[in-house]
Design a protein around this ligand. Structure first.
Ligand code: SF4
Length: 478
């Protein structure tokens, strides 16, 4: 699942297509271009209720990451749906999640089910006043089964009335209502802001002198953006203007964090999207890496949406539909997405020198010799391409954060040894999570020793150098 409520199935990417397609508001194109058919990538979910009425209900959203979901929930509030993030997960989450799952499901599902059922059983939330956001998708990865499983769990245990909310282009987003295009545009901005704030946090926190300063700046930034994102009925341009106005203050709060000059190995963090972004699922592995002496660069969420965008263009090329309305729609959508992204990143041009995100086509090109995008799909392609990108910018190692038995991670684990051999034995380490890790700090420590050894002998100097210093001659993205 994605912070925009959509998540890939490891191959089909259908829900994300729907979300991306909806980013263009109807007032931005001359006439409503027809939705793609199911065969073109739309979700055919049976879990989207055309008559969905969320009046009087609070819709809970899983953490992905926490701050990003706070912003995403605010986007829902902007169209009158009371979106909130689920409370922080804890041991009870796993205990309750385990009660409603068989052990064969992916770890993210156990956490999501545990979070939802804990709300009902422990927090005693009124089932008449609650809804859950849990998207679904077509395709071979197990993710396509989970909305159905959650529906089954709710039905079997006396909650058949609790709606499970998904986004779907098949029904013109009736599941969300007539404001769906407005929501998705705001949600895209929420997602970009989530990535920006996470980037600022991770490049600052390892170097902070006063523990907690960077986290405070991050939470203040989330709160400031949330306030703007949640305003109902604000025209898109006005909302963007207000967001752009608040960002320099957020940037300056991070700049004001006192930092020490320290030479840390840079670790690229890739892997399964829920587990790498949900800090409970990954047992705060990024903080552990930082505590052991690393700086981390976490692959964000926008990357996923850009990937689904590329996938749509690839499919349309394959189907020889370059002159179609669908192509035009995808093209216009991309323009709008890029415009918003550029506007929101503009205030950080100086701070992010050397930290520019890779373009997805570049990642697909890097991944191609190992996992060609035409034959493989999902996080496995992005993680592999992303790993080589991190090698190219002089990072010191890769941490792949994935759930145990994840279908994507099984593939990446198989190709990483060759990727590493082909790239100067770049350290690449799988960190699997299923809630039972015994000594994660020891594993992190061993991995960082490998990264430090590589750092001493590597041939490619580091492009990104952290908040502590930004060299004048830092090269631009290739
Ligand atoms: S954990 Fe892996 S296999 Fe499971 S739903 Fe996520 S991507 Fe698919």
């Amino acid at each position: 699942m994605n912070p925009d409520g959509n998540r890939n199935d490891g191959n089909g990417h259908r829900d994300s297509d729907a979300a991306r397609d909806a980013i263009i508001a109807v007032d931005e194109i001359p006439s409503r271009i027809p939705q793609p058919t199911a065969s073109q990538g739309a979700d055919e979910s049976a879990f989207v209720n055309d008559d969905l009425d969320l009046t009087g209900r609070t819709m809970y959203i899983p953490h992905m990451p926490y701050g990003g979901s706070v912003l995403f929930a605010a986007a829902f509030r902007s169209i009158g749906i009371d979106g909130r993030v689920v409370p922080h997960a804890d041991a009870l989450t796993l205990e309750i999640g385990g009660r409603y799952t068989s052990g064969e499901e992916c770890y993210p599902q156990k956490i999501v089910t545990g979070d939802f059922m804990k709300l009902l059983e422990v927090d005693k939330v009124d089932h008449n006043k609650v809804a859950f956001l849990l998207p679904t998708a077509n395709g071979p990865c197990r993710f396509g089964q989970y909305a159905g499983l959650q529906r089954h769990v709710l039905d079997e245990h006396g909650y058949p009335d609790i709606p499970i909310v998904s986004l779907s282009s098949v029904d013109g987003y009736k599941g969300i209502g007539r404001h769906a295009p407005e929501l998705i545009r705001t949600a895209w901005r929420a997602l970009i802001l989530s990535d920006i704030l996470m980037k600022l946090l991770l490049m600052t926190r390892p170097y902070e002198i006063n523990a907690g300063d960077a986290d405070s700046a991050y939470l203040d930034g989330i709160a400031a953006c949330e306030t703007i994102l949640e305003i109902p009925g604000l025209p898109h341009d006005e909302r963007l203007t207000r967001l752009v106005q608040v960002l320099p203050r957020i940037r300056d709060n991070f700049r004001a964090v006192h930092v020490r000059d320290e030479d840390r190995p840079l670790i690229g963090v890739v892997g399964e999207i829920f587990t790498r972004l949900n800090s409970f699922a990954n047992q705060e592995v990024i903080r552990r890496l930082e505590a052991a002496g690393a700086e981390c660069w976490l692959a964000g969420v926008a990357e996923w949406i850009w990937y689904t965008n590329e996938e749509q263009f690839r499919r349309l090329r394959e189907e020889r539909r370059r002159a179609s309305k669908t192509w035009l729609r995808a093209f216009l959508t991309k323009q709008v997405m890029e415009r918003d992204e550029k506007a929101l990143y503009r205030s950080f041009a100086e701070d992010f020198r050397g930290y520019e995100e890779p373009h997805v086509p570049h990642l697909l090109k890097l991944s191609h010799p190992y996992l060609p995008a035409a034959g493989c799909g999902g996080e496995m392609v992005l993680s592999t391409g992303g790993s080589i990108f991190f090698y190219e910018i002089g990072a010191d190692g890769i941490a792949d954060i994935s759930p145990f038995s994840c279908m994507n991670a099984i593939i990446t684990e198989a190709v990483y040894p060759k990727v590493s051999r082909d790239h100067d034995r770049f350290p690449m380490r799988m960190f699997y999570f299923d809630g039972t890790q015994s000594d994660l700090d020891r594993d992190v420590g061993i991995f960082l020793e490998l990264a430090r050894t590589y750092k001493r002998r590597k041939k490619i100097p580091r492009r990104a150098v952290g908040r502590r210093a930004i060299p004048e001659d830092a090269p631009a993205r290739g």
